[in-house]
Write a protein that binds this ligand. Structure first.
Ligand code: CA
Length: 222
């Protein structure tokens, strides 16, 4: 995977570059918005990690310009100010994901990986199982008339389950897809998150959607 990192804060840029390279990504770095636009339009990248506040041209403007040119490269926006408005502005401008600073490098890598995967999948904006709907652009979920607030991790878990409705997802598969673990950390992490998710999507509804298959895993179905 080839990733463009746009970040003017040198230390942060260097951290991100090293972390991505350690995961075998090819990485190009620039600290200027105008250069970023040139690079992104002349080279095909699998993903772009871009700070919002930049000299030259800010990240939102670079993003809007790319989308105007019908450039579909997935973009993860970084921002020092973790404001809700900015996240909405970013998503409206065509960002695929948003990460407030400070962030954990593991989280960044997991998100970049997810963007790369998504770029190679057909675009699905809404996932639906019965009356449960998940918007993969805004990350908003609703069941019937009820709006469901999800944390980033709950979103990934629900998205994974909704992409394979009716199929039993084992605990290891969930750890790998949702936490990017390829080992069993020996905790009840998955069970805890499943319980929380179940409270959010099934509590108060007669028809339960999230089922436990004892000793095997979990399945989302009517
Ligand atoms: Ca900056």
């Amino acid at each position: 995977m080839r990733v463009l990192v746009v970040e003017d804060e040198r230390k942060t840029a260097s951290f991100i570059r090293k972390a991505l390279q350690a995961e075998s990504f090819a990485v190009d770095v620039t600290g200027n918005g105008n250069d970023a636009l040139l690079m992104a339009t002349s080279t095909p990248f699998d993903a772009i990690v871009m700070d919002i506040m930049l000299p030259g041209r800010d990240g939102l403007s670079v993003l809007r310009q790319l989308r105007e040119q019908k450039n579909p490269t997935p973009v993860l926006l970084l921002s020092a100010r973790g404001q809700v408005n900015e996240r909405v502005d970013g998503l409206n401008a065509g960002a695929d994901d948003y990460l407030p600073k400070p962030f954990a490098l593991a989280e960044l890598i997991a998100r970049v990986r997810a963007l790369g995967r998504r770029a190679n999948e057909p675009v699905t904006l809404q996932l639906r199982v019965r009356d449960l709907v998940l918007d993969t652009v805004t990350h908003l979920a609703r069941r019937g008339d009820r709006k469901i607030e999800l944390t980033a991790r709950e979103y990934r878990l629900l998205e994974f389950l909704m992409r394979t409705p009716g199929r039993i997802c084992g605990r290891m598969a969930i750890l790998e897809k949702v936490w990017d673990y390829n080992f069993d950390p020996g905790t009840n992490l998955v069970d805890v998150y499943i319980k929380r998710l179940r409270e959010k999507i099934d509590d108060g509804f007669d028809v339960k959607l999230l089922h436990t298959v004892r000793g095997v895993g979990y399945v989302l179905k009517e």
